[in-house]
Design a binder for this molecule. Sequence first.
Ligand code: LRH
Ligand code: MN
Ligand code: MN
Length: 431
Amino acid sequence: MEQSALDPAVVDIDNADRLSDLNADYDHLQGKLDRSGVSVEAVRRRLSGFELAIPTWGVGTGGTRFARFPQPGEPRHIFDKIEDCGVIRKLSVVTPRVSPHFPWDCVEDYAALREYAAAFGLGFDAVNSNTFQNQPDQVESYKFGSLSHTSPAVRAQAIAHNMDCIGYGKALGSRALTVWVGDGSNFPGQTDFMRSFDRYLDSMKAIYDGLPDDWRVFIEHKMFEPAFYSTVIQDWGSNILAAQTLGDKAKCLVDLGHHAPNTNIEMIVARLHHFGKLGGFHFNDSKYGDDDLDSGSIDPFRLFLVFNELVEAEGREGSAFSAAYMMDQSHNVTDPIESLMNSAEAIVGAYARALLVDRDALHHHQQENDVLMAHNCLKTAFETDVRPLVAMMRYEAGGAIDPIAAYRRSGYRAAVAARRPATGQSGSGIV
Ligand code: LRH
Ligand code: MN
Ligand code: MN
């Protein structure tokens, strides 16, 4: 096992201080759920299979295009990022994989990286390609797009990068490629909507043909930014059309922040699932745009409603249902490790509450058009405090009863700050 700056003994000490309160809270919740006819065992079984990936880019301090305020002990490279993700994995438990982004996370030896991560109890989730930024050594520019660019040479370069990502992913044990492109336009008339979509599909077809048999490609839509007038894959409509055109291995990825405010995202989730195209998620929260705020920090009810649809999907498909759950957030004013643990808690909590919904009663009320009672089925579950259940499961699996308290008590941030030199003050943030 790799030596982590997080001392596991501190977790035990912190847990010991909290255990009797947790036992009391858990017993209270269990009694309440028993009385309402919910099988706690069944909920626990479903919850125990839940896994969430950490974005490698999430453990660094983000920023805005105005400024970045780096915090002490920022990870300098993928190995530091893995070390930070290992802390989240140890304390939060539900995050056994990381989702890397290339070329940000490029290394010489991927087998060695895989081994290094395994020592922290981590594997690799979907690999992300990056054709929205120019890299110092690249020949062609992405200023006017990548996979949909008018120039065949730019498209070829972007395709080759995605192929490279598949290669890195194979070495890391990943089984999916996530493709998000910023391609679009800032001015009406700048691009031809139909031709650029054709070019995008041709490029994606080449990437799709290069996927190993057991891989999937996740297409991520985003309404705007960096392009402010049009974007090639701007919404779930373009996304599902592209995924259907490409074939079975192509699925849609829903980043919660990539929609207009007030969009009914849970309904998009239901539609994508209905047509076999729901691939996965980038969880985060937002008030205005792609704010990349912590999950559940702005609209926890929406997060719950998304999970309500996922539980419906599980009900229709049983164990055949699968979706890739990942976080995608950026931290300007918080410690990223704390924020990611908070988000993990909010996401598991949303799933737990969705599992409490009395589905038979809900379907009955829906059938009878008893609007109020149907709505109250959701509200009752949403308003249940499931934190003792989530904390107990985490504790029993070797994690922290209170991950943030244990993390602060461990002094991890100060310990890594002492051996990771400070990064620069300014510069633009992450996209
Ligand atoms: C685009 C996005 C996409 C990128 C990540 C850094 O806004 O959500 O997932 O890969 O941010
Ligand atoms: Mn995303
Ligand atoms: Mn985004």
